[in-house]
Design a protein around this ligand. Sequence first.
Ligand SMILES: [Zn+2]
Length: 60
Amino acid sequence: MPHYDHLCKKCKKPFVVEMKISEVDKKKVSCPECKSNDVTREVTNKSFTSESINRYVWDK
Ligand SMILES: [Zn+2]
């Protein structure tokens, strides 16, 4: 499943969401930290390998 990099505008936390390509525009992504829906999707191809970045699996 592809990973999508996101950044929460509220708490400035970057996080990664796994979801199907077909779900990208349908899912409401919320920040795993503060539950805010005010998030931006990062359009980069770099992969996060840093331990400091939370991995968030969207399974709902
Ligand atoms: Zn947040």
